[in-house]
Design a protein around this ligand. Sequence first.
Ligand SMILES: [Zn+2]
Ligand SMILES: [Zn+2]
Length: 297
Amino acid sequence: MHLLRNNSDLHEPYTMLRTYVERDMDTLPEKFWENLKALKAAAVSEKNQTFAKTIWCLETAGKVQDYFITAFTLCRQDNFYGGWCYFERCEIQLASLDRHFREEDSEFGLNFIREHYPRFQFLFPYRLFISPGFIVKEARCSICDEVIKLRGGCGHIKGEIYDGELCVWKITGADFLEVSLVENPVQKYSVVFPQDGSYNYALIKYVVDGLRSPWHAWDYDRIMIETDEPLYPGVGQNEQCPCGSGNEFRLCCINKRKFREHYQVFFSVPPPKELPNYVPTADYRIPNKRYLPNRNK
Ligand SMILES: [Zn+2]
Ligand SMILES: [Zn+2]
């Protein structure tokens, strides 16, 4: 949809959303939310659906910015799981916004966030999640609170905006089935933690400490590096090779070595000099200009 850009009431919220680079690690002020709330109430009482929907888009863009900044801040404070949850919130808000509004260039930084939150997510050590299985018995429309039926429901469409609010289905009755461990869950909050709680956050820490601002672009390359360790230790020269070739080990994989992951992190702005190089698997280079966020909007 096209946002109502020329409406003078929206000038201030627009300006706040556009100056995200200057705000750096500050979330939007309370004034931003109060202002939009009041404008939305007025739009709804005047039955101005277009204006109410524009305000919902601005509110959601603001949430995306705030969640991204909060995720970054929490990781800086070594609250990595907290940061993880905010990156997930960021992803969910972006997904509901996509259907209604796509920014051009980097007006609100949404495309910057869209590129960067998956990079952060990838560097987290979480790979397994708990996924509850259940059968939904009753769901209600978030707009009118009517029970969702297969035919002839309330008429509200899930994902649409009514009076400036997103229509979702609220689950009000469900039969619990089982819990499974999955690699690609619908939502990523339910992280499986090892009993000793020992996840290695060195990579994510390296990145957040290396970035002077959440709005500085960065990227990584994952490469495999050959180590000195033999790929199949303890196999006798004349035994069959463990690779399954059917050949003797000495004629097959005897000289093969193990590989390990190595991350090369690229920062658009050089990290602080005092940043210790404490991650042996990460180093940095300055990439070309294409990673720099566009500030001339
Ligand atoms: Zn409804
Ligand atoms: Zn072999």
